[in-house]
Write a protein that binds this ligand. Structure first.
Ligand SMILES: Cc1ncc(COP(=O)(O)O)c(C=O)c1O
Length: 433
């Protein structure tokens, strides 16, 4: 595969952008080698700067749900842009997007639009503290909630990829009120809350974790979170930046039928443009400025182009989209297991709708420790083999694979062949090793 142009661009990028990228995982440190520069996308496919074509199973880390360059999304964002790209004043489009989110997600009684998932989490945390008058934030190991100071300890995604337990530059003071517990460990969570619940402002969780690979929360665990938050008058925050509008129209909360006080969205609701949203109970949301004392603001917040693109995406998300994603997801799961079986390599596949991960282990994967105990060292070989077979997978063993409503039967068949070849490559590597 010729990657000359990507390599040239990367050399230029290294001189001017730290690590050659604007977000760490893109640098391919999790798989070795050099990143591919992507030139364009259409439906399920993307093309790099050398013209190599891939079926995309990263999908902008879950932001793309309908497919790349989806005609209605192009039309909506173009029409919005033609009217002016930002006013720093209220617009009809942002109102429509907020109304659509609220009409779909029943806990989203009120909505504040921001520019990224990170901002939305930051807002939810400040709001929880402002509302409860308490300090402690409980999060879970391997969960990633963006790069604001409070939540940057023992996180997944880029920190896990680079082996960074906690970011430099985050003062002890910033994380001294953050407590990190084990994901899916109800016993430990309950005993922590029984002793300390009175100090807890919020418990934040990815109800379907997507930043240590995919790990769905156990229902009993989420129920316990809901119960203990109620008992201790603290806010339950579901970080649905990935799962929102992806795992079901009502996100993970709709899937489980367990409801948070605040939710955080991003990715899908911007149709590939920068966006985030904090949403939840009116009595909590009304503590935000200008109605309440919790300050939050943004020059580009509720940007009309991003809102128009997001609205266009949401308008297409009917039952049939989720049925298709589930059906294809089931097929993919079978394909992975059958290719792994043929090669004799043990795997555990975790999947929720159009999010999936392959862990190289025979054991169930229910928390970050289970991920660390899997054979992550196999992932780079697997990844590069997939690339050679025309599949663009996420360049880190800690990230979810995604697909879109534009993926077609032939894309899934291509993935099946690529998987067989890639498990074969792993088997040969093991023999050689
Ligand atoms: C669950 C979750 N929360 C928050 C974020 C941060 O969102 P953003 O990258 O838009 O700041 C991410 C990003 O991947 C995420 O996966």
């Amino acid at each position: 595969m010729n990657t000359q142009e990507s390599e040239t661009l990367f050399s230029r990028a290294l001189k001017i952008m730290v690590g050659g990228v604007n977000s760490p995982v893109r640098a391919f440190k999790g798989v070795g080698g050099k990143p591919l520069f992507i030139e364009r996308g259409m439906g399920s496919r993307i093309w790099d700067a050398d013209g190599n074509e891939f079926t995309d199973f990263t999908c902008s880390w879950g932001a793309i749900l309908l497919g790349h360059s989806y005609p209605d999304v192009i039309r909506a964002s173009y029409n919005a842009m033609a009217k002016g790209s930002s006013f720093g004043a209220p617009t009809r489009t942002e109102l429509q997007l907020a109304e659509e989110i609220s009409a779909t997600v029943k806990t989203a009684e009120m909505v504040r639009l921001v520019n990224s998932g990170t901002e939305a989490v930051m807002t939810a945390i400040r709001l929880s503290r402002g509302f409860t008058g308490k300090k402690t934030i409980v999060k879970f190991e391997g969960g990633y909630h963006g790069h604001s100071d409070t939540v940057l300890s023992k996180a997944g995604s880029g920190l896990a990829t680079l082996g960074i337990p906690s970011s430099a530059g985050v003062t002890e003071g910033c994380v001294s009120d953050t407590v990190t517990l084990e994901y899916n460990n109800t016993g430990k969570f309950e005993s922590y809350m029984d002793q300390n619940g009175r100090q807890v402002a919020a418990v934040i969780i990815e109800p379907v974790a997507g930043n240590m690979g995919v790990i769905p929360a156990d229902r009993a665990f989420l129920l316990s979170l809901r119960k203990k938050c109620d008992e201790n008058s603290c806010i339950l925050i579901f970080d649905e930046v990935i799962s929102g509008f992806r795992v079901s129209r009502e996100g993970a909360q709709g899937l489980y039928g367990i409801y948070p006080d605040l939710s955080v969205f991003g990715k899908v609701i911007g149709g590939g443009f920068p966006i985030g949203a904090t949403a939840g109970k009116s009595e909590v949301m009304k503590r935000l400025a200008p109605e309440g004392p919790v300050y939050q603001a943004g020059t580009l917040a509720g940007n009309p182009v991003a809102a128009a693109a997001g609205l266009a995406v949401l308008s297409h998300l009917d039952k049939s989209v989720y049925q298709k994603l589930e059906e294809y997801g089931k097929t993919i799961e079978k394909l992975i297991k059958s290719a792994a079986d043929k090669s004799g390599i043990g795997v555990t596949v975790n999947r929720v709708g159009s999010m999936f991960s392959t862990f190289f282990t025979n054991e169930p994967v229910k928390n970050f420790n289970d991920v660390l105990n899997s054979r992550r060292e196999l992932y780079p070989i697997f990844f590069w083999s997939l690339i050679r077979n025309g599949i663009y997978a996420p360049p880190s063993p800690y990230e979810s694979h995604f697909f879109t409503a534009s993926h077609a039967v032939q894309d899934i068949s291509q993935l099946g062949i690529a998987l067989e070849n890639s498990f074969e490559a792993l088997k040969n590597e093991r023999r050689a090793g």
